[in-house]
Write a protein that binds this ligand. Structure first.
Ligand code: G6P
Length: 608
């Protein structure tokens, strides 16, 4: 989704800004642009397409300056064209603005501005902001930005520069993240810390309703109503090497292979395999509070929603408490029954997904206690939750989520055991889970050894345009996740189904052209799923089966077998998803797709 970077300091910043944009590429975009305050005034270069297109333009028609802003756009209003790319400027070319989010009342504002003489050149909602700003101009940039924003409904993270107040970058946010980077005598503004991590690790996160004024001499934070706010400076713990490919051809493959380490980081210090005890310091919940909850609601989108489904199975099995899993986008609008006896858990890798954030706020409004399970430290969901657990997966750059998913599962296991213990339930089962979890990273290593074999399977099937993924029990959400991975990055239509539901519809699709991926491990659903496999075989469907090591019986049933180690039922998804991630990856590579930045998708969906 759109990305922002801004700079004020002693250095010429064109390259700093373009490099920052490259660090934001992973979020997904279709246009890129830059605005600098040059000796001749405001200068803008922008175009549709990759950042390399912008670089070409800058080479042919160079600009330079020590104050500037830049943007990667992911189209919402108006198709990706040069005109619609950000930065946008006013008729007199004095102000430039880049914007993430959506201005909801832009049609009304546009009509009003047009009546007052503004001429619009783009199809974007953003352009109203810059015209509003020009109309609000009073000689001081931050004051004029604050005035302009008063008229706006909707969400924004913006960066603004002007040659009329040339030493400043102004940032403001409502619903779209912005972070200030503090360097030595230089200051950055970004929508995501990866854009500035190579320059500084000291940051200040803006909250909704806040703005910042950056100059060479420092930064000042205030509310949109211009009341000063003092903000804590935080230190980023991620290393630069973590946002680079380190010899892997794609971020996605690197992140798949990072899973053993990421899992270890997710449970390190939180479990004691000797006693089965769990420590989750950030929950901010007493044992009494935990006993009072009469249900748990899990909110998420995309891959995180699949992790939530597995969480539901685990929490109900081990804690014996009713659990519901909701698409955050539905929950936020459907008047859910929630009260102070509900524990609501928002699961989000980025911690910025607009729907999940809005659902969390809705739950809070209705009196629920809200926890966040997030990967990005300092993200909005993490900060707005009453407590939570970081997954510690490290930065995930590939748009298709992999290590974020497995670390979410690991954290959900720890949370399940933790809640069960405090409610005095399933102590032995909890202890067994904790012990098994400790051994999981080395089992994941074993799954990763199958990568080459899976590449060979991808070689056979890469021309197919439809896939079915079937699983039961804990492997049903894994089937959904496997299908999602395949469609996201290889553009193959794939559906995940509970295996037994196949006979209520998808079975009509089965013939020799329909590959079916069965997740058929030796768990409590094993015998049942064998019947479903027979149903596919007898209709000549091609079967790729993910099976437990040593299960030779399946050799006669499946066309291709991928073995994974045995583990406890609630943990099986942590292993069975690995071959499915690899299958999607190798298929996408074989089909020549852009694995890390699939078309139309965004890493962090900060609009509704
Ligand atoms: C986007 C990403 C998915 C992700 C989903 C939820 O669609 O492409 O990979 O699962 O958002 O993101 P979150 O950051 O909330 O987990």
């Amino acid at each position: 989704m759109c990305g922002i970077i801004g700079y004020v300091g002693p250095r010429p910043c064109r390259e700093i800004l373009v490099d920052g944009l490259k660090r934001l590429e992973y979020r997904g975009y279709d246009s890129a642009g830059i605005a600098l305050i040059t000796d001749e005034g405001l200068a803008i270069r922008k175009d549709a397409g990759r950042i390399s297109v912008l670089e070409g333009i800058l080479e042919e028609d160079p600009i330079e300056g020590i104050v500037g802003i830049a943007h990667t756009r992911w189209a919402t209003h108006g198709i990706p064209t040069q005109r619609n790319a950000h930065p946008h400027t006013d008729g007199k070319h004095h102000f430039a603005i880049v914007h993430n989010g959506i201005i909801e009342n832009y049609s009304a504002l546009k009509a009003r501005l047009e009546r007052n003489g503004s001429r619009f050149e783009t199809d974007t909602d953003t352009e109203v902001l810059v015209h509003l700003l020009a109309k609000s101009w009073n000689g001081n940039l931050e004051e004029s930005v604050a005035t302009a924003l008063k008229a706006v409904d909707g969400t924004f993270g913006i960066a603004v520069v002007s040659d009329l107040d040339p030493g400043k970058v102004i940032g403001a946010r409502r619903g779209s993240p912005l972070v200030v980077g503090i360097g030595s005598d230089e200051y950055f503004l970004a929508s995501d810390v990866s854009a500035i991590l190579s320059h500084t690790k000291h940051v200040v996160y803006l909250d909704d309703g806040e703005m910042v004024v950056l100059t060479r001499d420092g930064y000042r934070t205030q509310t949109l109503d211009e009341v000063a706010v003092v903000k804590a400076v935080e230190e980023i713990t991620w290393e630069l090497s973590q946002i680079e490919k380190s010899g892997f051809p794609h971020f996605m493959l690197k992140e798949i292979f990072e899973q053993p380490r990421a899992l270890m980081d997710a449970f390190r210090g939180r479990i004691d395999p000797g006693t089965g005890e769990t420590r989750l310091g950030g929950l901010n919940l007493s044992a009494d509070q935990i006993k009072r909850f009469d249900r748990i609601v899990l909110l998420a989108c995309g891959t995180s929603w699949h992790a939530a489904l597995i969480g539901e199975y685990m929490l109900e099995e081990i804690c014996r408490i009713p659990v519901e899993v909701e698409y955050a986008s539905e929950f936020r609008y459907r008047k859910p029954v929630i009260d102070d006896r509900s524990l609501v858990i928002a699961i989000s890798q980025s911690g910025e997904t607009a729907d999940t954030l809005a659902a969390l706020r809705e739950a809070k409004k209705r009196g629920a206690r809200v926890l966040g399970i997030c990967n990005v430290v300092g993200s909005t969901i993490a900060r707005e939750s009453d407590g939570g657990i970081y997954t510690h997966a490290g930065p995930e750059i590939g748009v298709a989520s992999t290590k974020a998913f497995t670390t979410q599962l690991a954290v959900l296991v720890v949370l399940t055991v933790h809640l069960a213990r405090l409610r005095g339930q399933a102590i032995a089962a909890g202890n067994a889970l904790v012990r098994a979890l400790v051994g999981l990273p080395s089992l994941v290593e074993r799954c990763l050894e199958g990568s080459e074999r899976i590449r060979e399977i991808a070689e056979v099937y890469h021309k197919h345009n439809n896939f079915l993924y079937l699983g039961r029990g804990y492997n049903f959400p894994v089937a959904l996740e496997g299908a999602l991975k395949l469609k996201e990055i290889s553009y193959i239509h794939a559906e995940g189904y509970p295996a037994a539901e196949m006979k209520h519809g998808p079975i009509a699709l089965i013939d020799q052209n329909m590959p079916v991926v069965f997740i058929c491990t030796r768990d409590s659903a094993y015998e049942k799923i064998l019947h479903n496999m027979e149903e596919v075989r007898s209709r000549k469907g091609r079967i790729i089966a993910v099976a437990t090591e040593g299960d030779d019986a399946l050799e006669a049933k499946a066309d291709h077998l991928i073995y994974i180690p045995q583990t406890l039922d609630p943990l099986i998804g942590l292993l069975s998803v690995i071959p499915l991630q690899l299958l999607a990856y190798h298929m996408a590579v074989r089909r020549g797709c852009n694995v890390d930045q699939p078309r139309n998708l965004a890493k962090s969906v900060t609009v509704e």
